[in-house]
Ligand binder design. Structure first.
Ligand SMILES: [Zn+2]
Ligand SMILES: [Zn+2]
Length: 77
């Protein structure tokens, strides 16, 4: 058993996520997304899918990247 590092819930089905060599413990994907998912620079939503990366910046979709002046991107779905 492990305690979720976001909400403190002690849950027997908690899981670990390793990001950049650091191990994080969560009780739900919602908490994992809250802690680990990047944020779209255009609309500030959490990037849960693949997202789009351009010039080191993260966007949730090609549309948001274009709104930010990034050209030549298409959604890779
Ligand atoms: Zn939690
Ligand atoms: Zn967006």
């Amino acid at each position: 058993m492990a305690i979720c590092e976001v909400c403190g819930n002690d849950y027997d089905k908690s899981f670990e996520v390793v990001q950049r060599g650091e191990t994080h413990v969560f009780d739900s994907f919602e908490c994992a997304i809250h802690a680990l998912a990047p944020t779209c620079e255009q609309c500030a939503c959490r990037i849960v899918g693949h997202g789009v990366e351009a010039d080191g910046r993260m966007f949730c979709c090609a549309h948001c990247a274009q709104e930010n002046g990034v050209r030549g991107l298409a959604d890779r779905v």
